[in-house]
Unconditional design. Structure first.
Length: 70
């Protein structure tokens, strides 16, 4: 999927992301959103940086909903 956010300078950035259950920050297989650079996005970051879904498949949207990001 592709998501966008505003960086610290207010510029909109686009980045690819995946929902993963095998990640060091995914306790007991809980899904997390992982950006292409390996960073994870939690609810606080999602809201604070104004993340939005640019493009995603239905399954990815369902995953984001389970995580509580949309």
């Amino acid at each position: 999927m592709i998501v966008s956010f505003k960086d610290l300078y207010g510029k909109v950035q686009r980045v690819s992301a995946k929902i993963k259950t095998r990640h060091s920050l995914s306790p007991q297989g809980q899904p997390v959103l992982v950006l292409s650079d390996g960073e994870t996005v939690d609810q606080k970051s999602w809201v604070g940086l104004g993340y939005q879904v640019v493009s995603a498949m239905d399954k990815e949207l369902q995953g984001l909903s389970k995580i509580g990001l949309i």
